[in-house]
Write a protein that binds this ligand. Structure first.
Ligand code: SAH
Ligand code: SF4
Length: 445
């Protein structure tokens, strides 16, 4: 990247919506903004540049960002040299770019997920031309060497692959993040070492489907071998990854997880549904039985493995029986936690065109039952930890109560405790005294 300080004296705000990959992309956006001379702010009223990094997985996320953009129109008219931009998954859809051009003319920069590395050129062009600059092209190259402005605290995101080739029939991700591309293992290793040198202790390896890491690379490398490689990085004490696709999680990977002492015994394995008919219509390429076999193998090698999942209700054609299969799978696996989603019809995906959509009231009723069941299971599993001691990586002050500290154990369970801010970044033994569905409370031993 050429070092042109074209943004000296400008204040910039990056608003991140969506998943960890967006968080990670925003760290690069902030890195590039800083490199170009801007100072970062989180105050909208002070910002000369505001970039919205958006999510498109569900319709609500899209509506929310369009609402936010709309609300800035007056401000942009009062401050003509203000630059408002939108990037990420929502921005990458051609119909959204078209909408922005026609109805949100105060938004002067629209760039897609594959254009992140072009951000410096694009912002310069938008500032000089005064017109709306749009770049939502899909590109194959993997950007390397961009400056990163990492957040505070002992954890770091580390993307290992981009895009997705799976085309689940409900999902917009492959359409907005392009085909799967893996980073070279040497680049990932170098970044992990740099993260360790910054004093961070935990890395989260990111990708839409990390289990298919390595596909298309010249050298024969898979995700399991990447874990073995990263397990030796001095200073990194915890390694996690997400997301895993059940069809691609093979025994070799579960064995690598079990073997590598720094890889957390924690697995997020989105199941989506417990019904074979729904899984097939979703184009997920595994059955309930195959999924359960993989869970059983993980538990055989790592008896205390902490499990979480993504589950969707109201997928087109889902019958009451299908839904009950999902509930029974939840009871069988007894996940420690789950992200639960109401199916959202996404333009450009096959399922959006099907006629067998489920009425809203039925979906909401099922969703309530699903959430209730998982909350009950989470509470029971958390209560069973009472009196036990967990090693917690202290992350900082609790968001709800700044007098408390907060952190996570190896299983990624959230733990609140009283302590000294000087403990931030350290591993602390905490005895659990109280449990709720979503978090634990404890005291220092
Ligand atoms: N690549 C990951 C997940 C990416 S999206 C994986 O395959 O597991 C995160 C979650 O959002 C998905 O697991 C799914 O449960 C949910 N999701 C994706 N598309 C959705 C849609 N159209 N409606 C509702 N939830 C959706
Ligand atoms: Fe979407 Fe499926 Fe790819 Fe996950 S694996 S990002 S759900 S298409």
């Amino acid at each position: 990247m050429e070092n042109q300080k074209i943004l000296l004296n400008k204040k910039a705000k990056v608003v991140t919506m969506g998943c960890q990959l967006n968080e990670s992309d925003s760290e690069k956006l902030m890195g590039m903004l800083t490199y170009m001379g801007a100072s970062l702010t989180d105050k909208t009223e002070l910002a000369d540049i505001i970039i919205f990094n958006t999510c498109a997985v569900r319709e609500n996320a899209e509506k929310k960002v369009l609402g936010l953009l709309g609300s800035l129109k007056k401000k942009a008219e009062e401050k003509p040299d203000m630059l408002i931009g939108i990037c990420g998954c929502t921005a990458t859809q051609p119909h959204i770019a078209e909408l922005i051009k026609k109805k949100y003319r105060h938004v002067r920069l629209v760039f897609g997920t594959c254009s992140l590395a072009r951000f410096p050129e694009l912002i310069q062009e938008a500032m000089q031309s005064g017109k709306t600059v749009i770049d939502i092209e899909q590109r194959k190259e993997v950007p390397e060497g961009l400056p990163v402005c990492r957040g505070e605290g002992p954890k770091a995101w580390l993307p290992v692959m981009f895009g997705c080739d799976n085309f689940c029939s409900y999902c917009v991700v492959p359409h907005v993040r392009g085909r799967e591309r893996s980073r070279a293992p040497q680049a990932i290793l170098a970044e992990a070492k740099a993260i360790a040198l910054q004093g961070k202790k935990e890395i989260m390896l990111l990708g839409q489907n990390v289990n298919s890491y390595g596909k298309g690379l010249a050298e024969p490398v898979d995700f399991a071998s990447l874990l073995y490689l990263l397990n030796d990085v001095e200073g990194i004490e915890r390694i996690r990854f997400m997301t895993s696709h059940p069809k691609d999680i093979h025994p070799r990977l579960i064995e690598a997880m079990a073997f590598c002492d720094r890889v957390c015994k924690q697995l997020h394995l989105p199941v989506q549904s417990g019904s074979d008919a729904v899984l097939s219509a979703m184009n997920r390429h595994y059955t309930r039985a195959q999924y359960l076999e993989k869970i059983a193998y993980a538990r055989q090698l790592m008896p205390d493995v902490v499990l979480s999942t993504d589950i969707m209700v109201g997928f087109p054609g889902e019958t009451e029986e299908d839904f009950e299969d999902t509930l029974s799978l939840m009871k069988e696996v007894r996940y420690d936690s789950a992200f639960t989603f109401i199916y959202s019809r996404r333009e450009g995906t096959p399922a959006a065109t099907w006629e067998n959509q489920i009425p809203e009231d039925v979906v909401h009723e099922r969703f309530e039952r699903l959430v209730q069941l998982q909350n009950q299971i989470s509470l029971e599993k958390n209560r069973a930890l009472s009196g036990k001691t967990l090693t917690v990586l202290c992350e900082g002050a609790s968001k709800n109560d700044p007098r408390m500290l907060t952190g996570r154990d190896e299983g990624n369970r959230l733990v609140h405790f009283k302590g000294d801010p000087s403990w931030i970044g350290n591993m602390i033994p905490i005895r659990i005294t109280q449990a709720e569905s979503f978090c634990l409370y404890g005291e220092v031993l």
